[in-house]
Design a protein around this ligand. Structure first.
Ligand SMILES: CC(=O)N[C@H]1[C@@H](OP(=O)(O)OP(=O)(O)OC[C@H]2O[C@@H](n3ccc(=O)[nH]c3=O)[C@H](O)[C@@H]2O)O[C@H](CO)[C@@H](O)[C@@H]1O
Ligand SMILES: C=C(OP(=O)(O)O)C(=O)O
Length: 427
């Protein structure tokens, strides 16, 4: 087991390249199940969620090659193998196997998903959608059993705007008979990316990126080639890091429109941001103003950037309020930031950050993926050495993070933990 060590307090500069989007990748790979010939996806990030899904595709009989970010999945020999346990528990997006396998085979057994612990993360809207399409769904000992004689298009109103439910219902509906309409659908860029792939496979889908998506079922889907969109959350993490410790950092392979809510907040703080076609240059301002943020569904401020942004706010003058309306308990990073001298308190669904403070290096634990990103940024800001454990979370979503940050001049490295440290972590 490894930990990350960071010698912080030094300015960084240069350029950093963003990888393909995790939250697209984890839906695009299961979507390949629906085709009857090979699908190739270019630009996938080298993260453990992608490796898990590759192994899951193989477990159900897919032939998969993955090299230099390019994955080809041949689904022609796949079967509806039950997956009640094992790898499905290691990531959130294994829930997409439900929609894809139900759509293709009309049956599936998939264990309840894992992923970041951010408080309750129900999948009732996914199940409501599958049932509306004609599936019988039961939960037996922590695994979801899905079965349908036939899937028929339906009108589904989502009670909660959900990225996962929107994509999962689309996956189940593309091969169903007739028209499906998803109302109050999520509008995240990753949804458009998945629809682009499905359309290239032969699906008939209209309205992606709006809150009404219409799907006309087709009889078969075929193979194709698709290039994934850049990861807006990784790009946002680098923008925040650039404002926290940068002396001018160019972030490459970005769609700036995907980051407008973050850009607006950073400008409000006094940070200089120049957006090009597919690059963003971030340079520090004189003094940062405190700001309040409230996470919302896209195009609002993303919950996945709330935790990294909290680290930056420790540099702002005055009191900033961070409210997470998506995950009211996404605050596990705060105790760790406090160990590093941050002045933050949690009141209900909000964190109140008082600044500016000079962070100090400490031994901290990443409880989830973006808590990990928040602690890496804090470690780079802090004086002294910071040690971050819980790297399995960071590795789910950040491709070659140490190499990328070293390229900006950061002193950051991975180190094997001693047996004593491993035992302490488990206790
Ligand atoms: C793999 C993936 O893409 N993960 C992202 C996805 O997660 P995920 O798809 O799990 O998140 P959702 O968009 O579904 O969740 C949004 C909100 O709806 C609630 N909800 C969701 C589904 C449901 O059936 N019932 C219900 O009540 C959730 O508890 C949450 O409060 O979107 C989140 C919100 O942008 C991001 O933080 C995650 O990074
Ligand atoms: C919450 C996240 O991921 P997941 O939904 O895969 O747990 C995230 O990417 O910040």
């Amino acid at each position: 087991m490894e930990k990350l060590k960071i010698a912080g307090g030094y300015p960084l500069k240069g350029s950093i390249r963003v990888s393909g989007a995790k939250n697209s990748a984890v839906a695009l790979i299961p979507a390949t199940i629906l085709a009857d010939s090979p699908v190739t996806i270019e630009g996938l990030p080298d993260i453990s969620d992608v490796q898990m899904l590759k192994a899951l595709m193989e477990e159900i009989g897919g032939e998969v090659s993955f090299d230099d970010g390019e994955m080809t999945v041949d689904p022609s020999r796949m079967i509806s193998m039950p997956l009640p346990n094992g790898r499905v528990k290691k990531l959130r997006a294994s829930y997409y196997l439900m929609g894809a396998m139900l759509g293709k085979f009309k049956k599936a057994v998939i264990g309840l998903p894992g992923g970041c612990h951010l408080g309750p993360r129900p999948i009732d809207q996914h199940i409501k959608g599958f049932e509306a399409l004609g599936a019988q769904v039961t939960n037996e000992q922590g695994a979801i059993y899905l079965r349908a004689d036939e899937l028929r298009g339906a009108r589904i109103y989502l009670d909660v705007v959900s990225v996962g439910a929107t994509i999962n219902i689309m996956l189940a509906a593309v091969l169903a008979k007739g028209r499906t309409v998803i109302e109050n659908a999520a509008k995240e860029p990753e949804i458009i990316d998945v629809v682009t792939l499905l359309t290239n496979m032969g699906a008939k889908i209209k309205g992606a990126g709006t809150d009404i998506i219409r799907i006309d079922g087709v009889d078969r889907l075929h193979g194709c080639r698709h290039t994934i969109i850049p990861d807006r959350i990784e790009a946002g993490t680098f923008m925040i890091l650039a404002a926290a410790v940068g002396e001018g950092i160019l972030i490459d392979n970005v769609i700036p429109q995907h980051l407008e809510s973050l850009t607006a907040k950073m400008r409000e703080m006094g940070i200089n941001i120049e957006a090009g076609d597919d690059q963003i240059f971030v340079s520090p301002g004189e003094k940062y103003k405190s700001v309040d943020i409230k996470t919302l569904v896209y195009p609002g401020f993303p919950t996945d950037l709330q935790q990294p942004f909290t680290s930056l706010l420790t540099k702002a003058c005055g009191s900033s309020m961070v409210t997470d309306t998506i995950y009211g308990a996404r605050f596990k990073h705060i105790d760790e930031l406090r160990r590093m001298n941050a002045k933050i308190k949690v009141e209900g669904r909000a964190g109140i950050v008082d600044g500016p403070v000079q962070l100090h290096g400490a031994k901290v634990k990443a409880s989830d993926l973006r808590a990990g990103a928040a602690l890496v940024i804090a470690g780079l800001m802090a004086e002294g050495i910071t040690e971050v454990t819980g790297l399995e979370h960071i590795d789910r979503g950040y491709s070659h993070l140490v190499e990328k940050l070293s390229g900006l001049g950061a002193t950051i490295w991975r180190e094997e933990m001693t047996q004593e440290e491993v035992e302490q972590l488990k206790s």
